[in-house]
Design a binder for this molecule. Structure first.
Ligand code: UGA
Length: 443
């Protein structure tokens, strides 16, 4: 099938590459000339495992093309995926200007039936707005062309996006049109063969499903973080509690890992946007507001522990920091807990020596050169001359470090672990003081 994708960000590029990989004829459009040039030369703007080979392979095979020409993109596909950004407005609601600009372009250039697919995470009611914008353009041109607007939210996890797309748990499609349903069934057929993963519903329910899924996951995390704070005050170990409650299949083991807070481009933004949507329709979501507030506080927990350890005097202290991205297997630092920590440390007069397996360039891009930040080539280098070590991201290569070497390298043998990566006894054996999240008293 011929497919056009607007936006070559994370969602658009993964969607385009994976659809092309099953034989579809995909044209990706972006207004960023430089990005399109780089993609044409096989350069992938984001780090996502498995993405580069399929982009290259399908581009070489001629099934995945890139353009900055809107009219060409509208003409190309019967399917028009909108996968542009929806950054949060100041009040937390999603900014739809880019989505509606694409809708306008589709209305301006379309000459035959199109299925317009909202792939970006957009508030409930957006499909109606997209439809109105396309229709207004057609009216303006005096045309009565048929089109459908469909909601088809993505559920990709950064770091596992290609796999999530190729083997989806579910494919949610919100539509009121049989014709659009047939087109969507055909496009997703390659991903739906072994058993039916497609769930069709009305458009608004599909739009809400996306937010409800992310808000539910964020709620689980904030809940566990709250339990971890309780555990510290009660002298209990949240890791034991996690295993204890996870064994109940109604609760499950997923997404109940306590830590230094959730980050990324989705949970923080989506929880806020859903709370805002609730507010806009006259409903105050106490739960969503609490999920957000708990996460905000949790992102400060590591700093509080470090500061408390040094009796609130961090001037001239140097903190080794392992892990900068908001989670492993990505270089994405949006809303990353490491940023909250670094910024608090700097404000308190401390220096940071940081290492991350992928996010060094991104850190440099965000913070530039500054005296109180040293970007180190290895995790060992980050330790050299530092007072203490803090871990913000549970990268695999941090799982079994040389604890004895850590103890030797640090001025004070103390590890603050924001991801509960280790068993306290292990560090104890090496003479390291260990402060993790929710693991008993004195934490
Ligand atoms: C999330 C969802 O998991 C995807 O299903 C969804 O499609 C995506 O948002 C989106 O809306 O696009 P993502 O933001 O890539 O995916 O990352 P997650 O793996 O969900 O992790 C989010 C944050 O929660 C990370 O900072 C992670 O460290 C934290 N987390 C996760 C915890 O603190 N504890 C847990 O138990 C799990």
């Amino acid at each position: 099938m011929k497919i056009s994708i607007f936006g070559t960000g994370y969602v658009g590029l993964v969607t385009g590459a994976c659809l092309a990989d099953t034989g579809h004829d995909v044209l990706c459009m972006d207004v960023d000339q430089g990005k399109i040039e780089r993609l044409r030369n096989g350069q992938i703007p984001i780090y996502e495992p498995g993405l580069e080979p399929i982009v290259k392979h399908n581009a070489e095979a001629g099934r995945l093309k890139f353009t900055t020409d809107t009219a060409e993109a509208v003409a190309h596909g019967v399917l028009q995926f909108i996968a542009v950004g929806t950054p949060p407005d100041e009040d937390g609601s999603a900014d739809l200007q880019y989505v509606l600009a694409v809708a306008k372009a589709i209305g301006q250039h379309m000459e035959d039936y199109k299925v317009v697919v909202d792939k970006s995470t957009v508030p409930v009611g957006t499909a109606d707005k997209v439809r109105d914008v396309v229709r207004a353009q057609l009216d303006h041109r005096g045309l009565e062309l048929e089109f459908d607007v469909v909601s088809n939210p993505e559920f990709l996890k950064e770091g596992a996006a290609v796999n999530d797309f190729m083997k989806p748990d579910r494919i949610i499609v919100g539509t009121n049109s049989d014709r659009a349903e047939e087109v969507l069934r055909e496009v997703y057929y390659p991903f739906n063969r072994s058993h039916d993963r497609m769930i069709f519903m009305d458009i608004r329910s599909a739009e809400l499903t996306k937010y409800a899924a992310n808000a539910m996951l964020a709620t689980k995390i904030s809940f566990m973080n709250e339990v971890s704070n309780l555990a510290e005050r009660l002298g209990a170990d949240v890791e034991a509690v996690r295993r204890g409650i996870g064994s109940d299949p109604r609760i499950g083991y997923h997404f109940i890992y306590p830590g230094c807070g959730y980050g990324g481009s989705c949970f923080p933004k989506d929880v806020q946007a859903l709370a805002r949507t609730a507010y806009d329709c006259g409903y105050e979501s106490k739960l969503l507001n609490a999920v957000e507030a708990v996460n905000y506080a949790q992102k400060h927990v590591l700093f509080d522990k470090v500061s408390h350890y040094f009796q609130d005097d961090l001037a001239n202290k140097t903190v080794a920091l392992w892990g900068l991205s908001f989670k492993p297997n990505t270089d994405d630092m949006r809303e990353a807990p490491a940023r909250t920590l670094m910024e608090s440390l700097w404000a308190a007069g401390a220096k940071v020596q940081a290492f991350d397996p992928e996010a060094m360039e991104e850190t440099q891009r965000i913070y530039g050169d500054r005296d109180d930040l040293q970007l180190c080539g290895t995790k060992e280098q980050a330790l050299r001359g530092a007072d203490v070590l803090v871990i913000c991201t549970e990268w695999k290569e941090f799982r079994s470090p040389d604890f004895a070497a850590i103890a030797r390298a640090l001025k004070e043998p103390v590890v603050f672990d924001g991801r509960n990566m280790y068993e306290p006894q292990m560090l104890d054996r090496h003479g390291l003081l260990y402060y993790a999240i929710g693991r008993g008293r004195n934490q």
